[in-house]
Design a protein around this ligand. Structure first.
Ligand code: SF4
Ligand code: SF4
Length: 647
């Protein structure tokens, strides 16, 4: 019989696997060339999507950082698993790909063996245990538990802060060593996603358990915790897998061996990554078969191995591509709320109205969604809220008899008062222009406006108040800028700014409306009083002294026009209070510039001693809990102060 030449690769699978590896490599190296690029290695993770959707069903909330995209991927995986085969394992999973490649290394060293018999059946319990633990903690906490140990996430994210080093270290070691020495150890015995896909491929059992659970809670109104449902799926999944090792009815694709054509050369057994004895089966129903097609590709006898007795080699890889694209399309058209909560009564909800607000860049994850919902709970008349992080949208359910849409908008809005740059001298004339600002919604817009305006050192501060459009005031140097220039600066469509070590490019679409053509002059003292906090501290038994016993040492402190230096005045207060002769301190913005008054007990400390204390290079700070710290002083006091007649 003519021998067909052995093909070196299963080309469809090879292409898809390499495509995924190239994309992942690109995501890893991209940040080295583009500091703005943030790789999201969980963006397409179906396992994350399964956990997120479970959390949504159990708690009405998605897990942190999960969106409809991952859930769509999870549904694509489940559909493929039930109707076709475990295609994610064979074509997509990077851990599976690396495990196979490492396995080839072990094979070439003649060091790889296959666990068989009783041990093979019992060890499979590990992945179901890991599946139960992962879902239990994820649903309980709304945080993806798998991130703590997932070898893929740990390696590609560079051991991000979500990763628990010990768990991930053990998982990576087991995955690598297991793959080299034991045939697909991770996939067969430890992968919780492998356990989940096996539960779905045992479709009839999955439907039966889900049906019973749904009947109990929906029809018979019995309160059964989701933990029982999860436990039942894991326990039955393990027993069906370890006892039967075969699928029933589903998935619908199977490898069929034609006994008349087969020469029993056993090449298929050798190449099967899952160590299935293909040459001994007529129809491969083994639960480990993920329809990779390697056995068909390497079989030397044309027609000896087929999928469902047809020429369907194209179907699994095509289905992978189609389902992934479908998942992406679905995620763009349908969005599941990250949080969906109602606290109004049934009657109130029937009569409620819905207010929808998009463009809230602050709604970007589970955490920000939670705080938004908590904020809404505090508002009388609001009955529920939904957040959609993908489109930065919120839906607020409200009682129109108690609250209006405008009042809800006002509650969502956070007014800001932001210092950008300190005026270079007290002689600078400060002007203020007010205008309405469109496309400004939340704290993210406030952040971008801050980054945009602070780049011009002649813009000193801005503040926003709720309004439609948002009422905005910008404070600036009248000698360098005017309202028209301010408008020009605010309305740029793209700008760059430094964030840490990275230069970020940001697109914005602020629109200035109803701007005054003339500006108002603001007195420096009024400006500083508005934007800078005043320190006025009394300590060391100040009140026990008579007015005549207390002297005032006054010194210029120009540094506090810098807001962060101004904020650390409490350190200076703590430092000088160590000397019991000093009993108070007050900062003030005068027409002469910022000054500091130091109150002291007359006769107990000299003027020069006060100055020396203020000049200290390090400040000794004592906290309320008694702990002490030394911090570098940001103050210079270049000009000596003087004693004045004032309390
Ligand atoms: S089905 Fe397997 S045993 Fe039979 S000819 Fe093909 S590779 Fe050889
Ligand atoms: S039996 Fe064939 S299709 Fe199934 S896993 Fe093994 S090599 Fe792949």
């Amino acid at each position: 019989m003519r021998q067909k030449k052995l093909k070196p690769q299963n080309s469809y699978r090879f292409l898809i696997q390499w495509f995924i590896i190239v994309v992942l490599t690109f995501m890893v190296v991209h940040p080295f060339f583009d500091k703005e690029f943030v790789a999201d290695f969980e963006a397409y993770c179906p396992f994350g999507g399964m956990q997120a959707f479970s959390s949504f069903l159990a708690n009405n909330t998605l897990t942190c950082s999960m969106t409809t995209l991952q859930i769509s991927m999870a549904f694509a995986l489940i559909i493929a698993t039930i109707l076709l085969a475990k295609l994610f394992c064979s074509y997509v999973c990077p851990i599976g790909t690396f495990s196979e490649w490492l396995g080839k290394l072990g094979e070439s060293l003649n060091m790889r063996f296959t666990i068989k018999g009783f041990a093979d059946r019992v060890l499979r319990v590990l992945k179901y245990a890991l599946l139960f633990i992962t879902f239990y903690f994820t649903i309980s906490s709304s945080e993806l538990f798998c991130k703590k140990y997932d070898p893929f996430y740990a390696i590609f994210s560079g051991f991000s802060s979500d990763v628990v080093l010990l768990y991930a270290g053990i998982a990576i070691a087991v995955m690598v060593l297991g793959a080299i020495f034991i045939r697909l150890f991770w996939c067969k015995y430890l992968c919780p996603l492998g356990a989940a896909t096996n539960i779905f491929s045992n479709t009839l059992v999955f439907i039966a358990i889900t049906g019973i659970y749904a009947l109990l809670i929906l029809v018979f109104k019995v309160e059964v915790s989701w933990v029982w449902y999860l436990g039942a799926l894991c326990v039955t999944g393990f027993f069906f897998e370890s006892i039967k090792m075969e699928n029933l009815i589903f998935p619908r694709l199977s490898i069929i061996r034609d006994n008349d054509i087969c020469t029993n050369c056993k090449k298929c057994d050798k190449v099967c990554p899952m160590a299935i004895n293909v040459s001994e089966a007529i129809k491969v129903k083994h639960i480990d078969c993920h329809m990779c097609g390697d056995c068909i590709e390497h079989c030397p006898e044309k027609g000896a191995l087929t999928i469902n007795r047809r020429k369907l080699r194209w179907l699994p890889p095509t289905a992978v591509v189609v389902l992934v694209l479908l998942g992406i399309y679905l995620s763009k058209t349908v969005e599941i709320p990250t949080i969906n909560e109602r606290w109004g009564t049934e009657q109130q909800m029937k009569e409620s109205k819905v207010f929808t607000q998009s463009g809230l860049k602050n709604i970007k994850c589970f955490g920000s969604s939670s705080s938004f919902v908590e904020q809404m709970r505090e508002i009388e008349g609001v009955l529920g809220a939904e957040t959609f992080v993908g489109t930065h949208t919120v839906k607020v359910y409200y009682d129109p008899k108690l609250i209006t849409e405008a009042e809800i908008k006002k509650a969502i809005f956070s007014p800001t008062k932001t210092i950008l740059n300190a005026p270079k001298s007290d002689k600078v004339e400060i002007g203020m222009v007010s205008f309405g600002l469109n496309h400004y919604f939340d704290s993210f817009d406030s952040y971008f406006l801050t980054k945009l305006l602070e780049q011009n050192s002649d813009i000193f501060a801005f503040e926003t108040e709720f309004g439609e459009p948002v009422q905005t005031k910008v404070y600036f140097n009248t000698k360098k800028l005017n309202p028209a220039k301010i408008k020009e600066i605010v309305e740029v469509t793209e700008f760059s700014f430094k964030e840490g070590d990275a230069i970020k490019k940001q697109t914005v679409d602020f629109q200035v409306v109803k701007m005054d053509n003339i500006h108002t002059i603001v007195a420096p003292k009024n400006f500083f009083d508005k934007f800078y906090s005043i320190t006025d501290s009394k300590f060391n038994k100040f009140d026990t002294y008579k007015e005549s016993e207390i002297g005032t040492y006054q010194i210029a402190i120009p540094e506090i026009t810098n807001s962060s230096v101004n904020d650390s005045l409490s350190y200076l207060v703590s430092h000088v209070s160590i000397n019991k002769a000093i009993v108070g301190m007050k900062s003030e913005f005068t027409t002469e510039g910022p000054i500091l008054d130091v109150y002291f007990v007359k006769g107990k400390i000299k003027e020069t001693e006060i100055y020396q204390l203020l000049l200290s290079k390090t400040l000794e700070v004592q906290y309320e809990d008694g702990t002490k710290e030394k911090v570098k002083s940001p103050y210079f006091f270049r000009k000596e102060g003087k004693i004045i007649e004032k309390k």
